[in-house]
Design a protein around this ligand. Sequence first.
Ligand code: SF4
Length: 500
Amino acid sequence: MLATDFERTSDNMENGSVTIQLPVAEQSRLNRERADTYHRYHIDATETENRQKFPRRFNVKVGKFGLAKLLAKEFFKYFGHWDVVFSRPCTYGVFSGPVGGFAPRPDLCVGCLRCEVQHPEFVKVTHNPDLAALGDSYLTSKHISTIDEEARKGSVPVRGQGYRGRFGGPGFDQMFTDMSEIVRPSRDGIHGRELIGTSVDLGSKPMRLKFAADGGLLDAPKMMTIQVPFFYAPPPNSISTGIVPEILSEAAEIVDTLVFLPETTVTSQGLAGPNVVPIIAPGQIGNIESHGNGTRMVEMSSWNLDAWNQVKEHPLLVSIQLPFAGDWMSTLIEMVDNGVSIIHLVSDHHGEAEDGRFVMELYQEAHFALVEKGCRDEVTLIGTGGVAGADHLPKSIITGMDAVGLDHPLLISMQARLLGDTKTRGAAGVKLPSNFDKEWGVQRILNLSCSWRDQLLEILGAMGVREVRRLRGETGRAMWCGHLEAEAFGDIEGFPGGEQ
Ligand code: SF4
């Protein structure tokens, strides 16, 4: 198109700007092109069946003599209606096998207890100890069965019976999110017309823009964007090489997030790429040059000023791990003062620091320390540890994280059983299903990612927040169970901390 095809519609003599109006046909062509190439971010979930049987929820024990007596009675009462006779006393089919209740099918039991209430003399329904034995005191069998369902279906689990858990408890259960927004402009964003953004930036944004004399931008931000506010943390040492890192790398690429892996794994398995973050020891930080193939970021496994000085001007982003141990706050401030732009806070798998404090408290301390220092946007805080359910993501972000690492839930989604020390980071033994392949593993991770992102969208929509970046540090949008209880019951004699 020639320059003369454009219409010069207005000149602003004060600032010298000129508005060019394109011809209508050209405008609509550009709009159409833009609309045709628009891609709404989405993770493809596909139902992916379990590779090993998941323990059932209940065991059903039936006294044969009592059942025979009932059947004899009903045989005459409902003579000819054999489906009725053999379905009793369960409408879910537990007693509807070839020989009825004499060989019950407990896999179908939903635990409604109708049978036990109606026939306490010969039916007993109990929790399956095999299911209860999964997990540990933090990542419980309930978390595991929920993750298993999310990784299988890729959807938001819906129980349809209301919430039956307790309202408040330890860890992330201390926090209630504020879903009481009456006007919720972004409610449609989950599946409808308006977009709710889940992308986050990693790196440093300047606190103000500075321009050169020619109008060009000085100090352009050094950062990258990932599409979801979570990333994949490295697998435990026992499976840090082999098929699991390959699965995580492929899933990270599809989701457009990051996976953190030991540098030796990245090199030996040829996994370097834009979505893989090699973890490098400070003594080997010179290896940063060797990671090509589009690598965008590396992580230094601990703070070391000399090593940082070697790489701080490097074009790749560099994050630095900071465990919640010792005087971690002084180290964090030292890192910030030396220009570190991405700090990766790490707790154990129960979300606890060395002194036993929980990550929600520690994340707030880190976040508000940077707010007070006036440099919060110059530093990205990411945190790993203690995330066992979809609601833990927004709760970590509300307490101040920009993005959150997933660790054990990724393994649970691949039906791994964790053995031994499941609290210390990286120490757990892992037993993967025997008939396990890469394609299946990738899809299970994608399903979990899709389900957790959808649940994040539900919370953002219900809060009226239109992008997850705005949720960071929004503690005003959350309530703490302990605070509410103290407010409501503090004056009552005998309440802990209340009047005596
Ligand atoms: S508890 Fe309910 S679902 Fe389970 S066997 Fe009894 S009646 Fe059937």
